[in-house]
Design a protein around this ligand. Structure first.
Ligand code: BES
Ligand code: MN
Ligand code: MN
Length: 462
């Protein structure tokens, strides 16, 4: 049976199984869901066993467990390590969901005329991860295995993978592989496949600005004592100049300029700015001068406030000059910026910005390094060939704007390259209300992945 026939015959079951996984609210950030995290891990364990792995283990960590499984066909064959994550982002703001975040339903959209599954984690990353389990099931059933397969499915990607690095160091031998395969990124469109050739890194800090030692009456003291919210707003505004460039000293020092060829190739990729704006409900885009929207969102570093709070935000008007103001600020990094170094530069700059009327504390959160995955290696070529077979088009290599911090550690710890075969679309609303994953995309992933194994084996042996 061809993989297409397999999908056609079992399509209802393939969808139902994913929906069952999506019903488990495996939110890693919130300890209220700790039990659900375990349920999701157990669900995967059962499905992996049913699909035919030799062994599967739910490996406890200081946080959420890692599901590890393997199928060793022949030690002389190449080994592919599949990485994915079964944790999801918190669903809030819940009132903006048209249906329950953990009650998956299929609806059509503009970009998904064949329907999309709406649920938190549908695209990021349960749907994309589960394609691998089902592609493996197909290969086992049909005895079309070309490689040994190891699965490493974690439950802490959305909180910065704090325990995966240590797990990998402790299990270096067990995890030995020729390549790491991930589906946790997006492609341009269902008619224009693309493959991810790089990820941005991340520096994430929280800032606290303190003015007076207590909240004050804004009439009695207002105008005479610094208001930390006013000051924080000014400080934040100064972090970018008129050209959209980040003003932190030294911020761009290590930025690897992208070659003219790569920029030309990007400019040729099908991208509709009018449609982009319409989909987001904006009249104009905004960003660093001299770069296109696609470039701004992939090959250039950024600085964004993710949250800002302080003072009175309850009903009505309370006249208060608050003692404190806070913000969470993220910086997306590109090769060869270093997360630790950028965090240090930010801290120094931000502390120096503060006037004497306030005190500033900068606290770093988790970060991650940017990565580039070469497009000329056999892993990328094998994947590109697989897409070409199932989409009828060669995928365009594009760098993603998002981050998967653990990827930088794969090469360092396991000494193997990573290949990213993403099947989501940027408009699938990951991390947002009404996240979804196209039914077409889910099935296309299951269809494409077996070809990767076949080509990887052949290219490895050539
Ligand atoms: N799958 C995403 C990353 C992603 C999204 C890559 C779209 C490429 C395109 C991943 O789950 C994610 O959300 N990563 C976080 C990083 C993290 C430390 C929470 C991110 O990018 O914000
Ligand atoms: Mn993800
Ligand atoms: Mn995510």
């Amino acid at each position: 049976m061809s993989v297409k026939q397999f999908i056609e015959k079992d399509k209802d079951r393939l969808l139902e199984e994913l929906m069952a996984l999506l019903r488990i609210p495996s939110v890693s950030a919130d300890s209220a869901y700790k039990k659900d995290m375990l349920s999701a891990a157990e669900f995967l364990k059962i499905k992996l066993l049913e699909a035919g792995v030799d062994s599967v283990e739910i490996c406890p960590t200081a946080g959420h467990p890692i599901v590890y499984a393997e199928k060793i066909m022949d030690p002389s064959w190449p080994t592919v390590l599949v990485y994915g994550h079964y944790d999801v982002q918190p669903p809030d703001p819940i009132e903006l969901w048209e249906s329950g975040p953990f009650e998956p339903i299929i609806k059509t959209t503009d970009r998904h005329p064949e329907g999309a599954i709406f649920a938190r984690g549908a695209c990021d990353d349960k749907g994309q991860m589960y394609m691998h389990v089902k592609a493996f099931e197909y290969m086992m059933r049909e005895q079309k295995m070309y490689c040994n397969i190891k699965f490493m499915l974690e439950g802490e990607e959305e909180v910065g993978s704090p325990n995966l690095g240590p797990f990998m160091r402790e299990n270096q031998e067990r995890l030995a592989c020729d390549v790491i395969l991930i589906s946790d990124t997006s492609m341009l469109g269902n008619e224009s496949p693309s493959m991810t050739s790089g990820l941005r890194g991340l520096s994430y800090v929280e800032v606290e600005v303190t003015g007076p030692n207590r909240d004050l009456h804004s009439g009695t003291y207002g105008g005479a004592v610094a208001n930390p919210i006013n000051i924080l707003a000014k400080m934040i505004a100064s972090l970018q100049d008129e050209e959209g460039r980040i003003t932190v000293e030294g911020f761009y020092d290590d930025v690897l300029e992208v070659s003219a060829e790569e920029r030309e190739a990007m400019a040729k990729a099908p991208f509709d700015l009018a449609d982009y704006k319409a989909k987001l409900g904006i009249d104009d885009v905004s960003g660093e001068a001299g770069f296109s929207t696609m470039e701004r969102a992939s090959i250039r570093p950024t600085l964004d406030v993710n949250g800002i709070w302080g003072g009175y935000i309850g009903e009505g008007a309370k006249t208060v000059l608050p003692s404190k103001a806070y913000a969470k600020i993220s910086m997306r990094l590109v090769p060869n910026q270093s997360s630790e170094q950028i965090t240090a530069l930010f801290k120094k700059h931000f502390e120096a910005l503060a006037p004497a009327s306030v005190k500033v504390v900068v606290t770093p959160h988790h970060g991650g390094e940017p990565v580039l995955t070469p497009t000329d290696g056999i892993e990328f070529q094998a994947a590109a060939k697989a897409y070409e077979q199932t989409f009828g088009k060669r995928p365009i290599p594009l760098r993603a704007g998002g981050s998967i911090p653990i990827v930088a550690l794969f090469e360092e710890i396991l000494g193997a390259k990573t290949v990213m075969m993403g099947f989501g679309l940027d408009t699938d609303a990951i991390h947002s209300p009404n996240e979804h994953f196209g039914v077409f995309n889910y099935f296309k992933g299951i269809e494409t992945l077996p070809y990767f194994y076949e080509h990887f084996r052949a290219m490895k042996e050539a």
